[in-house]
Design a protein around this ligand. Structure first.
Ligand code: GDP
Ligand code: IMO
Ligand code: MG
Length: 426
């Protein structure tokens, strides 16, 4: 068997959590390969909404084992609170969750450094979730980070002190308020808690499972346009959110990648700073935010909203090798009389392109739109014949433009509000 990868093609929050939960019964293993508590993946069923940050979205499916891979940065304090929130449901979390010893640990000073760096950036701040993502990946790449496996060694406290002393030397130049004894206490309690879980060599686990013919789904976090290499740098996150990240973040060979599911919203959103060519600062943008309940799952911040953007989607599809597209939140556009699709960008020198320009931060990019008629009706039912004709025209138009089949249309946050297409039209 191969590892299928599911990832966001826009700026995150495409609906990855919902779809991983929908697909999980088909998979023996679901594995997160990058990111950390900056993610907020929402799942809804039986009238309850769950938001997961670090725990893979297969956790509610009894037969699915879940892996937090080596590419993840794990905050043990957030981990503990996530697990405690799950404790009221009848889940066998301890048996079904495996954490890579090679995952990087987020320590409390990483969160403080995140705040300090953002403050120092002033008007140019990234709009980070302030969960310590950038500083913990910096330490990983700088070869001084702590890893999950380190918690099992006798010298863990000394290693922790050595790393946090380096952080304090930086923090002394910044004005950040914190109560260190309290943060330290919470951290060590959370480390004791973490030690009660399966801490494993996840690259062996995943490859052994593959050899046993198990089916594996790699769950991306963030989105391709937030990728550290290919996103709108520097307004990005600090990991490779693209398919290649699943190889390094889990220890699987590129030849082992199977389907690549690319998830996108029927429109676009972005939370945090950075370029967003199709952003709507008018009442249509406001309406999308309201209809789509576009507020961050991790920070509660309002998400910026705009029309769908084909040049950026084509770019994401290229970088990821997407084999199937999944369109989310079609229902949010139910009452829009006209649907706009950005097909090209007009650059400040007047040229018209359909690729992603290098200079995306410091030049004005004007979207060129094609207009389609809206479907102007609520969507009832979940069979293909329930898709309103104009929504089908929109879907077909996107498939033709993107040259990848759209195999699923999501029409609401609940598990059940999902239309699986038997024969995508390509
Ligand atoms: P993720 O980070 O990609 O997992 O996405 P988030 O959970 O942060 O954000 C997606 C939001 O949209 C969540 O509140 C979901 O419950 C919701 N959602 C997912 N699919 C649909 C859909 O098809 N329609 C509507 N209206 N909401 C959806
Ligand atoms: P999921 O997995 C949307 C954004 C932040 C900020 C930038 C850098 O739920 O789709 P960071 O905390 O990584 O330093 O923030 O990236 N960001 C996300 N936006 N969804 C996410 O995750 C995000 N994770 C980070 O808002 O602009
Ligand atoms: Mg999210």
């Amino acid at each position: 068997m191969k590892v299928d990868v599911l990832l966001g093609l826009q700026w995150g929050d495409e609906g990855k959590g919902k779809i991983v939960d929908v697909l999980a019964p088909k998979y023996d293993v679901v594995a997160r390969f990058q990111g950390g508590p900056n993610a907020g993946h929402t799942l809804e069923f039986d009238g309850i909404k769950h938001v997961l940050h670090q725990i893979p979205s297969g956790i509610f499916r009894e037969k699915t084992r879940n892996v937090i891979g080596n590419g993840v940065v794990l905050d043990p304090i957030v981990f503990r609170s996530e697990i405690e929130k799950l404790s009221k449901y009848n889940l066998n979390v301890k048996a079904n969750l495996f954490i890579s010893k090679k995952a990087t640990l987020i320590v409390p000073t990483h969160r403080l450094l995140d705040q300090a760096y953002e403050k120092a950036k002033g008007d140019e701040k990234i709009g980070s979730t302030l969960k310590g993502i950038g500083p913990s990946y910096q330490d990983k790449i700088g070869r001084q980070g702590l890893r999950v496996g380190d918690v099992l060694a006798d010298n863990f406290n000394a290693k922790f002190k050595k790393l946090t002393d380096i952080h304090f030397a930086i923090l002394k130049d910044h004005v950040i308020e914190y109560n260190w004894p309290e943060l330290e206490r919470q951290f060590f309690e959370a480390i004791t808690f973490l030690k009660g879980f399966n801490l494993i060599d996840s690259e062996y686990f995943i490859n052994d499972e593959l050899n046993k013919n198990a089916s594996i789904l790699a769950e991306g976090a963030q989105g391709s346009l937030l990728d550290i290499d290919f996103g709108s740098y520097p307004f990005v996150t600090s990991s490779n959110t693209v398919t290649a990240g699943a190889c390094t973040g889990l220890g699987i060979a590129p030849s082992k990648v199977g389907e690549v599911y690319g998830i996108f919203k029927a429109y676009s959103t972005r939370v945090g700073s950075g370029p967003f060519p199709t952003e709507l600062l008018d009442e249509d943008g406001e309406k999308m935010r309201k209809e789509g309940n576009e507020f961050g799952s991790t920070t509660g911040r309002p998400r910026r909203c705009g029309w769908i953007d084909l040049p950026s989607l084509k770019y994401s599809i290229m970088i990821n090798g997407v084999t199937q597209l999944l369109m989310m939140k079609a229902d949010v556009l139910n009452t829009f009389p006209v649907i706009k699709v950005c097909t090209h960008y007009k650059l400040s020198d007047g040229s018209i392109i359909e690729t992603m320009p290098y200079e995306i931060v410091n030049q004005k990019i004007t979207p060129i739109y094609r207009e389609l008629s809206g479907w102007n009706t609520p969507i009832f039912g979940t069979s293909e014949s329930d898709v309103p004709p104009n929504l089908l025209i929109y879907v077909n138009f996107l498939e033709k433009s993107l040259q990848v089949p759209i195999s699923l249309i999501s029409i609401g946050p609940d598990r059940s509000q999902t239309i699986v297409r038997s024969k995508p039209n390509l």
